[in-house]
Ligand binder design. Sequence first.
Ligand SMILES: NC(=O)C1=CN([C@@H]2O[C@H](COP(=O)(O)OP(=O)(O)OC[C@H]3O[C@@H](n4cnc5c(N)ncnc54)[C@H](O)[C@@H]3O)[C@@H](O)[C@H]2O)C=CC1
Ligand SMILES: N[C@@H](CC=O)C(=O)O
Ligand code: NA
Length: 439
Amino acid sequence: MKPIQVGLIGLGTVGAGTFNVLQRNQAEIRGRAGRGIEIAMVAARNAERAKAYQAIVGDAVPCTGDAQQLVNNPAIDIVVELIGGIEPARTLVLQAIANGKHVVTANKALLALHGSEIFAAAREKGVTVAFEAAVAGGIPIIKALREGLTANRIEWIAGIINGTTNFILSEMRGKGLDFATVLKEAQRLGYAEADPTFDIEGVDAAHKLTLMSAIAFGVPVQFDKAHVEGISSLQATDIKYAEQLGYRIKLLGITRRRDNGIELRVHPTLIPASRLIANVEGAMNAVVVQADAVGTTLYYGKGAGAEPTASAVVADLVDVTRLATADPDHRVPHLAFQPDAISNTPVLGMDEVQTAFYLRLVVADQPGVLSRITTILAESDISIDAVLQRESADGERQTDLIILTHDTVEGRMNNALAKMQALSTVLAPIVKLRKEELA
Ligand SMILES: NC(=O)C1=CN([C@@H]2O[C@H](COP(=O)(O)OP(=O)(O)OC[C@H]3O[C@@H](n4cnc5c(N)ncnc54)[C@H](O)[C@@H]3O)[C@@H](O)[C@H]2O)C=CC1
Ligand SMILES: N[C@@H](CC=O)C(=O)O
Ligand code: NA
């Protein structure tokens, strides 16, 4: 059978990785896909990359600077979008779909914001939009959630789904390096987004979490409802105290089914140091899924970088090649659930989220301070798990008071915090971090 014809837009980190993997493993890939997968055209903005690429493939495969030419080329069956960002990616993807082409993309930002529009357009035209690379890079987590766990009622998902921030946290903790140095290294290694604030402020993780939540719970993609907090205000003191209490701090994406809705949140989180996920270091990603039949499963691997991400892009190309001749109505639905089974279960506001807390208070070193604080917690019906008192680095007349609580509702905790903050013996803004046992 004639090889399937692929148009590749973007020859950056992932684009070049995809080209390399397709070239290197073409015989195996053909065996698995049932026919060859051939790059028929490339669109690239980076002149140097385009030249290097052209030197490898010669003139047989045209390389254009105008991606519109590629998506409108009738010879192309599958468009691979690897440029990132919203525009022109959105227009190009919709144009490719309108032209009846399947799409493979690694663009989580695009799908988290415009997934509903894109998947609806694809359904209408009977084409597939595959996006394994968009969540946790090379880890086949979309496949696992959408197909492998399809028998289950998923209860919650918690994941380290941003390699850059995990790399930063690990290097700072392990080697004592400063934030800016480690971020530069993450950029050099190709982990970071074009705008690294997306990584650092938790936005990239929230994009990925939004997609997993939709697939797990049969709800639309709704990034605008996600709670997003990154690592920029995380302090070394809290990492140290967390360790003393037997916890590690990781930037986690958590989505959980509750009776009254779905939690969708990204924030630094204390996790017991004994959990496997607490020991995931560097740019590695890990996703824990709790489901009713199978119990807990853990997916671990490289979530960023050229070839790990290309592994997922090429796997999608093989899937789409296998599916290309299948009846569109019987393909795996984009978001796992059939369109008429997508529910409008609400995403809960943070006030309604249930979690445990780590609090650090800088308090005056005098009698009665601790009891006033514990009274406020008791009156708020918040129960204490552990208390640690340490000499404060900043002065003799003050002390650091670290409190771990059991699960409560965040709104209740915020009310109690306001009362504590108003005490004259509380000398600095209280640090509040969330804590999850993940069991
Ligand atoms: N780098 C990584 O580890 C991962 C990246 N991703 C996603 O993959 C996508 C690509 O990321 P990277 O390869 O890291 O980015 P990159 O910045 O290295 O590459 C993007 C390339 O697209 C080119 N480009 C931009 N606009 C273009 C246009 N209109 N036509 C043709 N070429 C154009 C740029 O010149 C650049 O070479 C993004 O959506 C990113 O979020 C997903 C998982 C991991
Ligand atoms: N910037 C992302 C790349 C992969 O999605 C990350 O650091 O994880
Ligand atoms: Na993946």
